[in-house]
Every structure is written in C-alpha cells, then in structure tokens.
Design a protein around this ligand. Structure first.
Ligand code: NAP
Length: 477
C-alpha cells in the first residue's frame, strides 16, 4: 500500500503540527496500532483558516462556474482512480467491510460528479417587482466553511460536505474525527492533485475537544457544517450563535421501522436486519425501533431473527464480510451497557448480545423483545448492532409512539396499501422516510433531520443552497 497520509494538509502540502502532537490510530479488527497521525492545535487551526480565507479571496470565489466545474470533475475522476486505496484505508481505519468501503469510495466520487455538474445549473430568479424595473437574485458563496465530520462514514460524509461547499465557491477547513482521519487527508491531497488551488481545502486531524471551539468561533469562519452527536451539535449551535454564523447540523437518530401485516412480510423481515445492522449499527439512520402489526409479529420476528443469524460477522478485509467490528473498545463498552440494561430488566434477548473472536471489537447482532416504551434501549441512540421489536395494534397510537422521540431523522414503512403508506408517511416526524425499502440516502435528494436530529440539509441542491447567501439586486428602469 502507498504511504499513509499522516500530517496536517494545509495550503496544498502535508505539514507537521505547530506543537508536534500526534494521536495513534488503532485497527478495530486487530486492536493493533496502524500509525500515529498528527494532531492539530489552536495555532494550526488559525493558520489553516487564514490560508483558506486567502485562497477564497485571492481567486477561488472569482473562478467562473465552468472553471470550478472542471476542477470538481477532475477531483471526481482521481477519486474513482483511487477507489481501491480509499476503501482499503477505511477498512483498516474503522473496520468497515471492504465491499461497503468500496461502495462508499464510489459514492464519494459520485457526490463530486453531481456537484461538478450542478455548478452550471444553480440559478437565481428574476422577480416581477411591483415598482417595475428589473429584480433578480444571486446565490453567492459565504467564505470559509468549517466542516466537522464523524467516524462512521468518514469518506462519504466528508465528500458530501466539501463538494457542495466548493461548488458554491467557498473554501473549506475539514476536521475529520480523531479516529478516522486517513481518507480525509487523502481527499485533501487528491483534490490538490486535481487542480484545486492551495488553501481551498485544508484538512486538520485533531481532537474536537481541543480544537473544536477555536474552529467554530474563529471570526473568518462563516458557516459550520457538522455531522455528529446531538450533544456536540447543540454546543456548536450555542457557540455559533454568538457570531451569528450559519450552521447545518446532522445529528443523532432513533429511527423507526414500521411493518404492517399487509406488507410483503417475508421481504420486509429479510431486508430489515441490514437497515439496523449495516455498518455494525453505527449509522445515524439505523432503524433500531421496529413496530410490527400484532397479527404479523410472530412471523416477522421468526424471519428477521433467522436473517440476522445468517449475517456474516467477519474480518472486514474479507470479501464475504457483511458486519465488521465496532469502531473502538469504548464504543463496544457503550453498546454492551445498553444490552446489560435490557438484561437487567428481564427483557428477552432472542439472539446476539455476546462478543465474538479473541481480537477485535466484535459484537453479535442483537435482537431484543418485550421492551417497554421507557426502556433506554427503546428510547436512546445505541449506535451499535442492537434492535428492539414491539407489536402494535392501532395505526394512530403507533404513530404517536413513533413520534414520541426527541429524534426525527429517518425511517422505513412497509405496506402494500398505497393510501396507508401516504397517510403514515405524512405523519411520521422525520426528515427522510422510505416506503418498502431500507435505504435512506440519494445523492440527488435532501438528507437531514427533524427535531433534535438536526438543522439544514445535506445532499441534493438543498445542500448547495445551504453553502450560499441569497442576494437580491434591483435595477431601476
Ligand atoms: P461526535 O462525538 O459528536 O463527533 C463528531 C465530530 O465532532 C468529530 O469530528 C469530533 O472530533 C468532533 N467534535 C467533538 N467535540 C467537539 C467540539 N467540542 N467542538 C467541535 N467538534 C467536536 O460524534 P461521533 O461519536 O463521532 O459520531 C456519532 C454521532 O454522529 C451519532 O450520534 C450519529 O447519529 C451522528 N451521525 C449523524 C449523521 C447524520 O447525518 N444525521 C451521520 C453520521 C453520524 P473528535 O473525534 O476528535 O472527538
């Protein structure tokens, strides 16, 4: 494998941090240290933001849309050429099954292709104002965007923040999670090789606790685009409010999977395990609360459990692996505590709940029944391979229960009754919902949450709008 990117990426080159700090990266499948990666401190943050501001002012914002399009397409092409390298890095760094890592590398490239094409189709309006004359709107870049991303989908989330921000003419300071900086650093290097001017994309690995506040409060940062926990998101919102900075927040979830007896039940029960166990359950969209109409409950649980037991939990480097380890020992402990809390209450663990293998942070996919609405496992985001299934009798009461959550990110709904599908879809409080499907994400469509699951939208043209200010211009006749 090529040399690993381990330094900060500032102004088009890899650089040592000002204070010479570093942090070890551990492979969650082997528990071995992969490499030490540089950790930025406040000094590095300031210099990266100033560099990004210069790059924005001294050229990037003034390129024609056609020129930006060409650079973004070049980035996409180089990302495609490097897909295997990106996938191998991600697999080692966060324990992602190699086949998923390849899909996510391809997804990152597709995001750049989408926004490269979008630049020349992103238009303002002409408005027939009552005074006569001529009135039109412009979408203008903001300046420096701080993008802060988590470790569960490190590469695609970095791409779906960086690409629309650059497409709209901003420069970006990208902070990957401490656990997963490798593909973000590679993205910085590849973007530079593709012709992105130095400073337009800076990549700063480092501890969020140490550099987060400097990044969020720096006066030259105009927008913060954050994906991560609701707790940190709310802290960022508070700090950003002091400078009236623009923010978008993609936060936690506790998404429902609603199954009606009139659905294609075996299909729903066979596909549903991957709607919660994919990425070892470390997915903000994980459908971890399953609501099944009572008459279909036993059959659903039987098929769902059998499908869960067939999932291949293996070393993520293997081509057949479907579920890898959790990202860290700490994350596995958190998940195990949730399972213990259910055990202590006498809830029924139908399958899973135990560790697997001597090395690596593996945990068997776990199915829990007989939970009550106030149980922690039913209410709180677990971020691991644990699902709870409950029966329901009445559609309206079920919807009340679905919406009785501080979160509102995603969800699935299985039924063959179109009127019911539309009625329930309208009432579920979530930013994303799929009917007769377990997927949530389309590059072309807005993605984000209601309530404490977030603010603003990633992906689609909505994301590009979120990286611009709207200006109105009036020309007197
Ligand atoms: P997290 O602890 O909130 O961390 C996310 C990012 O924020 C990391 O880069 C982290 O850096 C940084 N950070 C930590 N403290 C900070 C601070 N004080 N100021 C600024 N940045 C700070 O979340 P996580 O545990 O990595 O990720 C899991 C969470 O993300 C889950 O709740 C999940 O639902 C959510 N998520 C949401 C979406 C969505 O689209 N809605 C997608 C994926 C994940 P360090 O790593 O250095 O701490």
């Amino acid at each position: 494998m090529n040399e690993l990117p381990t330094q900060l990426f500032i102004n088009g080159e890899f650089r040592k941090p000002a204070k010479g700090k570093s942090m070890p990266l551990v492979n969650p499948a082997t528990e071995e240290t992969i490499v030490e990666v540089a950790a930025a401190t406040g000094e590095d943050v300031n210099s990266a933001i100033e560099g990004a501001h210069r790059a924005y002012r001294q050229g990037w914002r003034d390129l024609t849309p056609g020129e930006r399009t060409e650079i973004l397409f070049n980035i996409a092409r180089l990302l495609r050429e490097n897909c295997e390298r990106i996938a191998q890095l991600e697999c080692q760094n966060v324990g992602k099954p190699i086949s998923d890592a390849r899909d996510e590398a391809g997804l990152g490239a597709r995001v750049f292709e989408y926004y490269a094409g979008a630049i020349t189709k992103f238009t303002g309006q002409t408005i027939p104002v009552s005074r006569g004359g001529f009135d039109f709107t412009l979408r203008q870049p903001m300046g420096v965007v701080a993008a802060i991303v988590p470790w569960n989908f490190p590469f695609p989330i970095a791409c779906w923040k960086v690409a629309p921000a650059l497409a709209a003419g901003n420069s970006v300071v990208l902070k990957p999670a401490s656990q997963s900086p490798l593909t973000a650093l590679l993205l910085g290097q590849i973007a530079h090789q593709a012709g992105l001017p130095p400073g337009v994309l800076q990549v700063l690995p480092g501890s969020g606790q140490e550099i987060g506040d400097v990044l969020v409060t720096h006066p030259l940062v105009r927008k913060i685009s954050f994906t991560g926990s609701t707790a940190i998101g709310s802290r960022i919102m508070e700090l950003a409010s002091r400078g009236l900075k623009r923010i978008s927040l993609e936060l936690g979830g506790k998404s429902p999977n609603i199954v009606f007896a009139d659905s294609d039940l075996d299909r729903a029960a066979t596909l549903s395990p991957m709607s919660v166990f994919a990425n070892t359950g470390q997915d903000c969209c994980a459908r971890s609360r399953v609501f099944v109409e009572r008459s279909a409950f036993d059959r659903f649980v039987e098929v769902f459990t059998a499908a869960t037991q067939q999932l291949r939990v293996e070393n993520p480097t293997g081509e057949t692996c479907q579920i890898g380890p959790l990202v860290s020992a700490g994350q596995r402990n958190v998940v195990e505590e949730f399972v213990s809390s259910a055990r202590d209450l006498g809830r029924k663990i139908v399958t899973g709940g135990d560790r697997l293998f001597d090395k690596g942070y593996y945990l068997k996919p776990t199915v829990i029944l007989q939970v009550e609405p106030n149980d922690r496992v039913w209410r709180e985001e677990i971020f691991g391979p644990v699902v709870c299934i409950r029966p329901f009798d009445d559609e309206a009461a079920m919807i009340e229960e679905v919406n009785d959550s501080p979160y509102g990110l995603s969800g699935s709904l299985w039924t063959n009754d179109l009127r019911r599908a539309l009625r329930v879809a309208r009432r579920v409080e979530s930013g994303v919902l799929s009917i007769n499907s377990h997927s949530s994400l389309h590059v072309e469509a807005p993605f984000g949450g209601f309530k404490q699951s977030g603010l603003g939208r990633d992906l689609g043209m909505s994301a590009m709008e979120g990286y611009t200010e709207l200006k109105n211009v009036y020309v007197a006749e």
